[in-house]
Write a new protein. Structure first.
Length: 407
């Protein structure tokens, strides 16, 4: 029978992915089981001896579907006696459905616990699996049928034996809870806003100083039990905050998305909490660089539209009439406003951006100069060389040679 019970435990754990405990009819075994029953502060509502006493009232061939005072689900059956000794099989804890966001607050209130227990209880809840109660009951009924060799479907009783009947005045609890959460949230959001303002201005020094304060606040937030996964989640939130700062600087979504995707990949590839902490400072530096290079915040909406159109069509044959048509304004009006805000003509800006892109390709790729010229929108090689030399003071060939020597 002992072997059958061991196989039964393995079968249930494999099938339901729930913790299965065999509890012997002894104080020591009940104590060991009690330590997994709920967070350490839960012991005011029930004790190992009270659990053991209750289990001894469970009849054979019956599934007990239990919910305790922390909204946790359990299931217990009484095992066939071996050498005159009784024992029990307990499944859980588990949630029968995804718990609501406010379950921690509800549990603290229900059990008269202070708000200081919020974090450990949240961490405990994050470790609790979700499983359908009907599946649990069905599996245990099958197990009872095999263990006791019975054909009829075993009975199932839903009970609440470890609930708290104590009346609680919620007034003080909610005042304390709200006070703590409001203070923490206000401080965190204030720091986030300050950091975003610095990033929007491309101020990496100011953003970094604020981040070192904000990081302490974020590290106190434990969304999952695994430290690595928790840090990765915080890094993803950090990236989202920085994305929003770049958006406020009117950096084109194309550039933001490219940097954000690189950062997300780096986060998920990391296997070190320390490495992730260092990477978070790098994220700030990279977003500030992005803003400094691509921010359009100082321009009017019309000029921003024109600049974005140019920057995303550099390799095409673009001219003033085409740009004006794309943003629904007259060419003359666009030209006048563009000149006033950027201090240069549209054609000059296009050539400057094309040369900037060509410089990047000449420094980072082995593409031929003809291919570089074509890629950045110059169909005439001689014209490309003339424009490049006018801006950089040397030909593309000389620039590449100089770049190689410098490296």
């Amino acid at each position: 029978m002992k072997k059958i019970i061991e196989i039964t435990k393995e079968y249930i754990e494999t099938l339901l992915s729930l913790h299965v405990t065999e509890i012997e009819n002894s104080e020591e075994s009940a104590e060991e089981f009690f330590n997994t029953l709920a967070p350490s502060m839960a012991g005011t509502s029930f004790t190992p001896s009270s659990i053991l006493k209750y289990f001894n009232t469970i009849p054979e061939k019956t599934v007990y579907d239990i919910e305790d005072c922390f909204f946790l689900k359990w299931a217990v059956i009484k095992l066939p006696e071996i050498d005159g000794k009784s024992s029990f099989l307990a499944l859980g804890p588990y949630f029968s459905s995804q718990p609501p966001e406010n379950i921690t607050q509800k549990a603290l209130l229900r059990n008269s616990l202070q708000a200081s227990y919020t974090t450990p209880l949240k961490m405990f809840y994050h470790s609790v699996p979700v499983c359908s109660t009907s599946k649990v009951v069905t599996v245990l009924r099958i197990c009872l049928g095999q263990l006791y060799e019975i054909e009829n479907e075993p009975e199932c009783r839903t009970v609440y034996p470890f609930g708290s009947n104590k009346k609680v005045d919620p007034t003080n609890y909610y005042v304390e809870e709200e006070h703590i959460y409001m203070a923490q949230a206000e401080r965190r959001y204030s720091l986030e806003t300050r950091m975003q303002a610095d990033v929007t201005q491309g101020n990496s020094v100011g953003a970094m100083q604020t981040w070192r304060l904000l990081r302490v606040e974020m590290e106190n937030i434990r969304r999952v039990k695994d430290p690595l996964r928790n840090t990765k989640n915080n890094c993803i939130i950090h990236n989202t905050i920085l994305r929003k700062a770049a958006e406020r600087a009117y950096v084109h979504p194309l550039y933001i998305e490219s940097l954000s995707n690189q950062i997300i990949s780096a986060i998920e590839d990391s296997n070190s909490v320390d490495e992730l902490h260092k990477m978070q400072e790098t994220f700030i530096t990279e977003y500030c660089k992005l803003v400094s290079k691509h921010s359009l915040i100082k321009y009017t909406p019309m000029v921003r539209q024109a600049l974005n159109y140019i920057n995303t069509h550099l390799s095409s044959d673009i001219h003033l009439p085409e740009i004006a048509s794309a943003i629904n304004v007259s060419p003359n009006y666009l030209s006048a406003v563009f000149n006033r805000e950027t201090k240069q003509s549209i054609s000059t800006y296009i050539n400057q951006r094309r040369v900037d892109k060509a410089i990047e390709l000449l420094e980072t790729s082995n593409a031929s100069i003809e291919d570089v010229a074509s890629f950045v929108g110059f169909s005439d090689m001689n014209y490309f060389t003339r424009v490049f030399k006018g801006i950089k003071g040397m030909t593309p060939s000389d620039f590449r040679k100089h770049s190689v020597i410098s490296k």
